[in-house]
Design a protein around this ligand. Structure first.
Ligand code: BES
Ligand code: ZN
Ligand code: ZN
Length: 497
């Protein structure tokens, strides 16, 4: 399915199914949209008397010429938000598709101008492209696809270049989200650490030609003294990987800001010797979601020519059990020379991140952002809907939150207080890997990570344990499976600062 622009109305008029919109303010149903002939159809006017234009109210009719038309209500214009609009487009797209048209024509001129025209096109594209995603590679019988094209129609020819550019940029983001949704949804027996790194390498080589790629294998990881990452990998049948990607914009100078993105890439988290109960182990293929999220944001920002220097570092392994696997009580000293008493092998994400955050710090970026499905406590604090953000620089955290707000993604800041830093200290090693059970688990994890951030680096940590998958409340996310959330927040930050 492709999404195209139409400025002379030809493709729109030939579409099998048309969608137009009204707001509640236009109480008079004889409202003349851009498809006047269709809307003036008398049957429609009669039958449509009950139609008020309430939010998400729809009215479908067949015009005299056989055209099928859906009128979508958007409620009151003044109350409409970007997220309401994104959801409304997603829902109407799904119901329009169920009528099995080959082409859908969208009357964009009928939209209320509650934001600028470019944003209307941007959100519409985003909603459709994200709703279109499915993960069906393992189904013998796949759902038949009839829809070939969605045509976005406006008469405003002078916006042609600007709108084409808007769509291309949005496509770079939505494609990146759908690529990482595939990574996250892939089965963990297939997508083990070695395979995951290979798939990223393939994607980079095919789509990000100006990106340098380095993949550290086990021997190279050992040479780097990343013993905390290696301790998590100790029980694995597969080698760990550290993926290191570098993008330098054209015209970069020594003053160009440098962002390092760091991700937790646990292709499966069994808990290790601190084994998870069966019910909690299900879904732990999503434990590489943080690495996929930062890769998706990196990918989108590179394709959209970010003005910043970008580094993306992914720590990849699974957390399994065999006779070589790390046992609770082990003490391991990582790349930075900080010793850690590992009291719970299920608190493995922070161990992997510790070494890769230190590795990232050695590159001396101005900013580090890490994303991780780090703590179950995050779901207790903020549900599955809200991403937690913590860090060491109020201004930087605010800019991340601001970016989340601009892209309609939920994010909430949690504090790191001296008492929780204290809670992570061990009596026999520099740190321990768990805090007091049942107390501020998301923040104590961040207090642990903070030790591995280099001096003068602004750092934001995103705990995506809740938002990474199964966002059934968002029509543009699959009800089950990878959401792809937070890529839009990070892409916005990395392209607009
Ligand atoms: N990957 C989990 C966190 C998680 C839990 C993500 C539920 C998504 C849904 C992480 O490695 C983990 O197991 N954390 C422990 C830490 C604890 C032992 C301090 C947790 O949250 O229980
Ligand atoms: Zn764990
Ligand atoms: Zn984990």
């Amino acid at each position: 399915m492709k999404i195209t622009l139409d400025f002379d109305g030809k493709n729109f008029h030939n579409a099998d199914l048309k969608i137009t919109t009204v707001t509640k303010d236009k109480k008079d149903i004889s409202y003349k949209g851009n498809i006047e002939e269709v809307l003036e159809n008398r049957d429609f006017l009669k039958a449509g008397r009950e139609f008020k234009g309430d939010k998400n109210e729809t009215f479908t009719f067949d015009a005299e010429n056989g055209e099928k038309v859906i009128v979508l209500g958007l409620g009151e214009k003044d109350k409409l938000t970007s997220e309401d609009f994104r959801k409304a487009i997603s829902k109407i797209y799904t119901s329009a598709k169920s009528l099995k048209p080959k082409t859908i024509g969208f009357d964009m001129d009928s939209l209320p101008k509650f934001v600028d025209t470019k944003s209307l096109f941007h959100i519409t594209h985003e909603a459709i492209a994200l709703t279109e995603y499915k993960f069906d590679k393992y189904l013998k019988t796949k759902k038949e696809e009839t829809l070939k094209e969605v045509i976005l129609y406006t008469h405003d020819k002078k916006l042609k270049n600007a709108l084409q550019d808007t769509l291309t940029k949005s496509e770079n983001v939505t494609n990146s989200i759908n690529v990482i949704r595939d990574f996250i949804n892939e089965a963990p027996n297939v997508l083990h650490s070695e395979e995951y790194a290979k798939r990223i390498e393939k994607d980079v080589k095919e789509n990000l030609k100006n990106v340098k790629i380095k993949i550290l294998n086990k021997a190279e990881i050992k040479k780097e003294k990343m013993n905390l990452l290696l301790s998590v990998n100790a029980g694995s049948a597969y080698e760990p990987r550290v993926v290191h990607l570098t993008y330098t914009p054209k015209n970069a100078t020594s003053k160009t800001k440098h962002y390092a993105l760091v991700g937790k890439g646990l292709t499966f988290d069994s808990g290790g010797y601190s084994l998870k109960p069966a019910a909690s182990m299900m879904g732990m293929k999503f434990d590489m979601g943080g690495s996929a999220t930062v890769y998706g944001a990196f990918r989108a920002a590179v394709l959209n020519k970010s003005p910043y220097k970008l580094t993306c570092i992914l720590g990849i392994t699974d957390n399994m059990v065999n006779s070589l696997a790390t046992m609770p009580d082990a003490i391991v000293t990582g790349r930075k020379g900080i010793s850690v008493e590992i009291l719970n092998t299920d608190a493995e994400g922070r161990l992997v991140l510790a070494d890769v955050l230190d590795y990232a710090s050695s590159l001396k970026p101005n900013f580090i952002i890490d994303a991780a499905t780090l703590t179950g406590a995050c779901l207790v604090a903020l549900g599955i809907e809200v991403c937690a953000v913590l860090g060491n620089d109020k201004k930087f955290i605010d800019s991340v939150k601001n970016s989340a707000e601009k892209t309609s993604e939920y994010m909430w800041e949690l504090p790191i207080i001296p008492e929780w830093r204290e809670d992570m200290k061990s009596k026999i090693a520099d740190l321990k890997n768990i805090g007091t059970p049942g107390r501020a688990g998301t923040a104590t994890a961040a207090a642990f990570l903070e030790n591995f951030i280099g001096e003068n680096i602004s750092w934001a940590h995103l705990d995506i344990a809740g938002v990474c998958d199964s966002q059934a409340h968002l029509p543009y996310c699959p009800p089950k499976g990878a959401s792809g959330l937070i890529v839009r927040t990070l892409h916005n930050l990395l392209t607009n600062g």
